[in-house]
Design a protein around this ligand. Structure first.
Ligand code: FAD
Length: 462
């Protein structure tokens, strides 16, 4: 791999080092592809990855600082999406150096986009019950089955596929994690429109699709352990607001259509000193949100951590801040955000001392669900009846703004419609609680242990 990556020497030097690098390298007239190539190979796209995997081995907090600094500088951020959030850390953990140099390199440079082919119609919470099968023929595997809820499947070059390679093994064994090429006619991706009006996710039909033996990550039959690494990054990354998946407004990969465009056209304005202007303008500066959020959106939370401030500004703007019950809930929202920050600091301190906080990712994800629900409820109370109107198509936005007289209403309804998603994706709230109960608190497992029983002999969905 590239030997240009030098680990960031200390936290104090980090921002200086990054700013110097940005001053020397950022050029808005580069294409998105050229810029991401520079950013990725210098280790700034995914600085949380180890140094042998195109990263700088930074902590999550420092990775977020890097993301924020790039944005404040006015440069295009790292290529977002599931490649950076999930596939890269999974391949970095379980892949060979050859696989890292192939897959991770293409992720950090934005050359390829990924989707996550985990969930199936009969295997969501019970992911290990998956039935998508892979049969080996020579050095090629033939894949048959159906996946669903596949976020960004329609723009993905590669899929993180988990499939059953040995049904005679117990349920959690005999599963294998593959890096599958999505560019084949045997892979049929069909978009599903959700209630936000967007088609973030898709159903994917795999009918004699092919994947090479050399595209197995982490070893044949070891897919459950590898998938758990992916899920761990999904939970902790999404719980903390996207982590190093941050990303700019450009879409990575060959299908998204952004690579040949001018990088400067996607870059944010350099950050100016904080304005003390009253409400609507300030709130407007945070108006931009990821349309998908999600299991893989550029940023998991449409609020990017500034949710309470945004709602406070909105409430100040229309006078609902005078309502004591709204004030109380705004305080609760602010407190939940602060708790999240403190918990991240706690984790950082624990890691520094060579320790961990068991269940941290699960707890963070549960906290994010709470924040999303509370934000939804407060937002709708602040904007009142206008919250019942929503423009599902971009072209209807102006008409809606005119009808409600509130340009921020759409943002609130978008958040409210999206708020149902985080408690489901990456493992539902109930599943997070089960994991915390069983693996952190040591509570007894659910009855009906099927350990050791071959998958082929299990009753369906057992
Ligand atoms: C916006 C979004 C994006 C997504 N993106 C992707 C993606 O890119 N790739 C992908 O593979 N998947 C994706 N998913 C799928 C997601 O991971 C699943 O929806 C999730 O795991 C739940 O599975 P399910 O929908 O089959 O629900 P089910 O598993 O059928 O659960 C239904 C209900 O039963 C509860 N339940 C189930 N089992 C238990 C139990 N043992 N104890 C207590 N309660 C239980 C659940 O909490 C839930 O309330 C996405 C989902 C959403 C909403």
């Amino acid at each position: 791999m590239s030997d240009t990556i030098i680990p960031a020497s200390s936290q104090d030097d980090l921002v200086d080092e990054l700013r110097t690098w940005l001053s020397e390298n950022w050029d808005p007239d580069l294409t998105v592809e050229q810029w991401w190539q520079l950013l990725g190979l210098a280790g700034w796209s995914a600085p949380g990855l180890p140094t042998h995997a195109y990263g700088k081995a930074l902590s999550r907090n420092d990775s977020v600082r890097v993301q924020n600094e790039i944005s404040a500088f006015g440069a295009l951020g790292a290529p977002g999406g599931l490649g950076l959030l999930l596939a890269a850390p999974t391949v970095a953990t379980h892949g060979t150096q050859e696989q890292i140099d192939l897959y991770v390199r293409e992720i950090v440079t934005g050359a390829k986009a990924w989707c996550q082919l985990f969930s199936e119609p009969g295997a969501g919470s019970d992911l290990a019950g998956l039935t998508c099968k892979a049969d080996l023929d020579g050095d090629q595997w033939t894949i048959n089955g159906q996946k669903v809820w596949t976020s960004f499947g329609s723009v993905a070059d590669l899929g993180m596929l988990i499939a059953r390679t040995d049904p005679e093994q117990p349920k959690h064994q005999g599963i294998t994690w593959f890096a599958m090429d999505m560019h084949q006619s045997q892979v049929d991706v069909r978009p599903l429109v959700e209630m936000t009006g967007h088609a973030l996710f898709n159903e994917v039909f795999l009918s004699d699709a092919h994947v090479g033996n050399d595209a197995i990550i982490g070893g044949r039959g070891n897919g459950w352990a590898v998938a758990n690494t992916t899920l761990m990054h999904e939970r902790s990354g999404l719980g903390s607001g996207g982590g190093s998946a941050g990303g700019g407004a450009a879409t990575p990969g060959t299908i998204g259509g952004c690579l040949n465009k001018r990088a400067g056209d996607f870059a944010p304005a350099p950050k100016k000193p904080v304005s003390k202007e009253p409400v609507p303008k300030e709130a407007g500066s945070e108006k931009k949100r990821s349309s998908g959020g999600s299991s893989g959106g550029a940023s998991a939370s449409p609020l990017g951590g500034g949710g309470a401030k945004l709602m406070i500004d909105l409430a100040k703007g229309n006078g609902t801040i005078q309502d004591p019950t709204i004030r109380q809930d705004l305080m609760k929202l602010h407190t939940l955000g602060e708790l999240g920050k403190f918990n991240n600091l706690r984790l950082k301190a624990a890691k520094k001392a060579g320790q961990d906080i068991p269940g941290f990712g699960n707890l963070s994800k549960l906290a994010m669900s709470d924040i999303m629900r509370l934000t939804r409820d407060i937002g709708l109370r602040i904007i009142g009846p206008a919250g019942m109107l929503h423009a599902y198509r971009d072209e209807d936005r102006a008409a809606n703004d005119e009808a409600t007289g509130n340009p921020f209403g759409q943002m609130v309804t978008s958040i409210a419609l999206w708020a149902q998603a985080p408690p489901i994706y990456g493992g539902t709230d109930q599943i997070q609680k089960n994991i915390i109960g069983e693996r952190v608190l040591g509570l007894p497992k659910e009855p009906g242990d099927t350990k050791g029983v071959p998958f082929s002999e299990l009753p369906k969905n057992a």
